[in-house]
Design a protein. Sequence first.
Length: 216
Amino acid sequence: MNGLATTATGGVLICFAVKEEAIPFLRTAASQRATILITGMGEENAERELRTILKTVRPRLILTCGFAGGLNPNLPTGAVLFSGDESNFTHQLVACGAAPATFFCAKRVAITSKEKSEIHSIRKADAVEMESAVIQRIANELTIPCVTIRVISDAAHEDLPLDFNSLMTDEFKIDFPKLILHILLHPWKIPALLALQKKTQAAAENLSRTLDSLPI
């Protein structure tokens, strides 16, 4: 299990796919009042880790949080979006600038603006990510309220600098030897990777500020 904290039954469980999404929030006081679970990327990892922790923790609310790729061309990088009907949270989310949205849960990372445009055209969703659908489904099974809160890490018009799908292991983790080799063979991509890192860090900070404002 990848959980970073524990809490008593009746608290809030906050799920992130990767630690980079969670790091700014872990510095806040609000994070100390919640259970933080790093599930890993993709539906299989998210389902396994969530079902494992729910054997010992019964939260009053589950939040599925992290990055999302933009599909709606009107949404900039850093925009915080949400989906769910937990009124104590949704009113506060709107008050702090988050916007209600629809999410599409994909089996792979959306890499290019063309791919994002095609998904947007077919699915009519605002953003794409990979874990919330299964987390919502499990929460519904157990009658636990669940809210998706995601931040745009790459806007609809932006291509990612690497095809991250080709750099994953079978367990949907970054294959770092393969990544390093790819960068060594394509050093001109380094500036774009550094720019992406800067944008995702800023997006994670935006998400953290939103989460820190909630009545956790």
